[in-house]
Design a protein around this ligand. Structure first.
Ligand code: SF4
Ligand code: SF4
Length: 316
């Protein structure tokens, strides 16, 4: 059995909520069929106070082997490096993480805040929050750029706000069974889920190509990047290939992709495309401004009439 410990720092528990809705595999199957023992989770287990402290110390002294350490939420380092903005079981949370990560077989950061700092590390960052092994785009974070767990792996980041439920259970399953087969991108995200973008699989791709923009929030037709700030083309996720609740995604529901899996989240005007004159400031796939202009102009000129008709029908 692989012992899995889930701890929560500066977080909203959104990734726990997401985890509970997983379907392939679901949480019950994950914990009963695949040899994972949930040693403790702040929302799902009964132990509290002194019992949890003992359990954590048993891991640190290696009386109990810690196979998988899952961290949800950012790590508070303030004030002045003490970590006292987030105290857990009578110690700064960060001190528990520093010791537990030394004995953990694999360390997994679940969600945007644990992966890159997310919301707590944004703006003026009053708690000096950071991600477990990244601070936004920069490698380092709390454990440092060179950290490797006992299995010889860096922190595995399942980014997202929250991460998709199945990305979580499938990564934990792989971590328990075949950790060395998990291939990661430059931000330590499993390539199985983050190699492609939200744009791939979006039902609005044809509108994107011909630059036919959605006209209102929540509408059925039109691309959401022209007016409503969709950044699906630069966001690594499988949201439009592995649908949420097997039903939908933000863009399918007429909501722009916010880029919640990227290290710079949230630095974006969620519902409005930032423009310089008439041109969106962010260009798809990193193409330069002139290439974008040429593509957009050609696309607009060639836009088939049926797309406009569909757009009008979508309003009804
Ligand atoms: S709505 Fe977003 S993800 Fe969909 S085609 Fe437009 S830019 Fe791409
Ligand atoms: S569509 Fe974009 S913002 Fe929404 S969950 Fe997926 S990556 Fe995050």
């Amino acid at each position: 059995m692989a012992n899995l410990l889930w701890l929560e720092g500066q977080a909203c528990s959104g990734n726990t909520m997401s985890f509970l809705t997983a379907e392939e595999p679901d949480v019950i199957d994950l914990l009963t069929q695949y040899g994972i023992n949930l040693s403790w989770h702040p929302s799902l287990c009964l132990e509290a106070g002194i019992e949890v402290k003992k359990l954590l110390n048993d891991f640190i002294t290696e009386k109990t082997p810690l196979d998988i350490l899952v961290i949800e939420g950012a790590i508070a380092r303030g004030p002045h490096g003490t970590g006292k903005y987030d105290v857990f079981c009578e110690r700064p949370f960060k001190d528990w993480i520093a010791e537990l990560s030394k004995v953990a077989g694999i360390v997994v950061a679940v969600g945007e805040c644990a992966s890159f700092g997310g919301i707590p590390a944004s703006g003026i960052n009053p708690t000096d929050a950071t991600g477990v092994q990244f601070h936004k785009n920069e490698k380092g974070g709390f454990l440092g750029a060179n950290f490797k767990s006992r299995a010889g792996l860096p922190v595995i980041n399942i980014s997202g706000c929250p991460a998709h439920p199945d990305w979580i259970t499938q990564t934990l399953l792989a971590a328990a069974l075949r950790p060395n087969d998990i291939l990661l991108d430059d931000y330590h995200r499993p390539l199985d889920f983050y190699a492609t973008t939200t744009h791939q699989g979006c039902t609005r791709n044809e509108y994107f190509e011909y630059k036919v923009g959605a006209e209102e929030f929540g509408c059925k037709e039109g691309c959401l990047s022209l007016n409503f700030g969709c950044k699906g083309f630069n966001t690594h996720s499988s949201c439009n290939r592995t649908l949420w609740n097997r039903q939908s995604s933000k863009t399918r529901a007429g909501v722009p992709c916010f880029g919640c899996t990227e290290p710079d989240f949230p630095t974006y005007n969620f519902f409005k495309t930032e423009k310089s004159g008439m041109i969106p400031k962010e260009h798809p796939f990193g193409v330069n401004k002139f290439a974008y202009l040429a593509h957009a102009a050609t696309g607009k000129l060639a836009a088939p009439k049926r797309l406009k008709t569909k757009l009008i029908k979508g309003r009804e």
